[in-house]
Structure formats: C-alpha cells, structure tokens
Design a protein around this ligand. Sequence first.
Ligand code: ARG
Length: 467
Amino acid sequence: VTGRVSGAGDAAADTGAEAGAYRRLWGGRFAGAPAPALDALNRSLTVDIRLWREDVEASRAWAGALLHAGVLRGDEAAAIVAGLGRVAARLEEGAAAGAPDEDVHTLIERLLYEEAGEVAGKLHTGRSRNDQVATSTRLWALRASDRLEAELRALQAALLATAEGAVDAVMPAYTHLRRAQPVRAAHWLLSHFWALQRDRDRLRDGRERLAVMPLGSGAIAGTGFPVDRHALAGALGFAAISANSMDAVGDRDWVCELLFGMALCGAHLSRLAEDLILYSTEEFGFVALPEAFTTGSSLLPQKRNPDGLELARGKAALLAADAVAALGLLKGLPTGYQKDLQEDKTLLFRAFDALERLLPATRETVRGMRLDRERCAAAAADPALLATDLADELTRRGMPFREAHGQVGALIRASESGTAALAELARDQLGVAASVEGSLEARAAAGGTARAAVLDQIGLAAEALLT
Ligand code: ARG
C-alpha cells in the first residue's frame, strides 16, 4: 500500500512538470493539474503525435489567415510562422520523445512558446482544438488515402501483369467450392482486380467529403474573427469549407466512410488471400507461393506456411471491427465535439497501418507466385465441368434448357454409377460433345471467359489503371 501511495505521489510530481503547459492552454480556471489517473486516460500524445506535420501546416495557414483578418500584425505572423518552422525541425529530430503534453496540439503550442516567445499565445486566437484536430486529421487522412490508392493500384498492376501471362492457362472455377466450369486463369486473377478497382473508386469518391475544411468553426459556434475561410481552405489544399460549424466539429462521417472502405478492401484482400492459400495447398497445387513470402514451422521441417496471406485474413477481421467501432463512437453523441471523438485517430491509424503493410506484401506475393499450368489444366479437364456445355448444346438444337439440364443430369448419374464415361454417354445417347476449349470460347459475351472477351477485359483493366 505504501508503495502504491508513493508511486501515485511520483506520478503527481511528474505531471507537475507539465502544469505550465496545461496552464497555457486551459489552466486559468483550474487551481492545479489534473489527477494523474485522468491524465493517463486523457493524454493522446502517443497516438496523435502522428499528426504533427499536418498540425504545424494548419497552424501556419491559420497564422496567415489571422494576418489577413487583421488580428495579427505582420511581424507577429512572421514570428509565429518562423517559430513553427523551428518547431517542425525539432519534432523532426524527435522532440516529442517523452514529452509530457496532453496531445499533439498542446505539444506544438508549448514548443512554439519556447521558439517564438509570448507571441505564441496569439496563434490560438479564434481557433479551438475542436476545429483544429478535425482539420489536421482530415489533412492526414487525405495523404494517407493517396498512399493507399497508390498501393492499391500497384497490387492491381501486379494482378494484371500476372493475368496477361495467364490468358491461355485453364483452371476450374468453383462455386460452393465445388468444380463448376473451366475458365482462363487470367479471368480468375482479374476477378480480384475489379474488386480492388471498386476500393480505389470508393477512396476517390470519399475525397469529396474528406476534403472539406472544418477550420474556422471554433469550438462550436464559429470563429469570432473575420477569417477568409475559402482562402484558408485553398492554402491548405481543401476543396471546400464546412457549411455549419456545429456540424463541422462533431462530423466524423468521413472517418466512418474511410474505415468502411478499408474494411471492405480488407475483405477483398482476405478473399484473394484465401484463394491463394487454398490453391497453394498440396491438394490443389495450382499456385506456388514465392519462398520469401512463406515461413517455416518450428516443429515440422517440411512446412512452408502462407503466414502473410493468413494475416490478410486476420487483419480483415480487425478492419471490420474498426469500421463498426467508428459507427459506435458517433451513435448517440450530442451535437458538437465530444472527447469520445479522440478515439477516431486510433481507429484510423490502425486501419491505414494494417493496409499499408498488407498491400505491399500481397502485391509481392502475387508478383512472385507461379501458376502450375499443368495442375490447373488437369483439374480443368474433369469431364463433369463440361456438363453445362452439353446442356447448352442440346439447347442450341432446340431443347428447352430445363429439359436439357435434366437429361445431362441423368447422364451424370449414369456415369457415376459406372455405366460409361460422361463424354461417351453424351455422344451415344444424346449425340452431343463438348470440349474445354469449346466451353471457354462459347463464353464470348462481354465479361465471359472466351479468349477475345478476356483480352477485352485486360484492355479495360489497363485503362482503369490510367486514372
Ligand atoms: N486530443 C483531442 C482529440 O483528439 C483534441 C481536441 C480536444 N478538444 C477539447 N475540447 N478537449 O480529439
């Protein structure tokens, strides 16, 4: 007990060192520093330090806006901007390590005092951390979303390049994980390309709502100074300004949208991963994974495990949970900023980090994998895969499809009971034949697996990668 009491005392002494920082921001109406237990809960610096570049940038622009609004004199604005430059240099060199501040905004303000002196106290004029954090986080997310888009495009390019070399490779396509019909391997690979294209489209579409600047909303009622918010938005690279300050400080719809987009992207990567895990098993053997993207077993000498792909499946679960968590944060919040929203960054950073690790690993796995064309072709040569083609052929000769389906079904049953092979029965009893090549080429309608249709699809995919 004594130990704990003295421990708490030490913690209180630690926060005492930062009382100056607190006093500067909001300490005026407080007699002392917050309780250590609250401080430990409330402090977000270790998470939001990642916003420092954006926060410095937004502060520079805000100083400019205050200058144009006549709030700051030229020399004051210049001193603040120069001071922020030195703050940025210090942060670049690791000044945040072990800093006692509550969050990145208070850290930067404290450092600005150290660099620029008392004029630092004028920067927060007409601004609140509520509009500030929303602005910095949006700026960060805009950049992160650009990086993600580039990574997605690179994975799509890897899939496309692999598909281009697999137009004439044939494999079974599965429904219910049962062999269904033969397809070109390129067709399968590109099926994943289009899912990722939708992910990229979603990111780009979301920018319209992401690139809206909340700065100038103040704490909730709007800034009390005549700031030109349009000019400020232009300076920071935002496409628009928020129309309602009360909405702007509490709006995290864009966090939800991004997290949903990332969760869905995670689901797509997970499905690609699952195909590759399955197809690289000894049982399937369609694909050989690059050695550098597999790991060994501590016990089983023969093992080469697809850990990266398994983690794609695993991370997809966390991404989905983060999207749900974001909705949970918003639901039930009263209008305006509430501290619950501080958790948005933990979710955003975690999700972006997961995808920024997953996407390159998945891309390199795709680039390094080898398709075993013989194994694929052998599996696709299963005569049962041509059952639909036999029925289609009967239909082309005038038989209603439902009846053709029944007749071929009866042949399958007969072939399974050992009477004769399906192809023989079809030839002898129905006078029709089918081949893998014929099956592929019959599917020439757009989006199908015929050679020309797949080549068209490759053209569309290449075009999609141009933007
Ligand atoms: N660290 C806070 C966050 O991330 C900054 C905003 C705090 N605003 C406030 N009024 N306490 O949300």
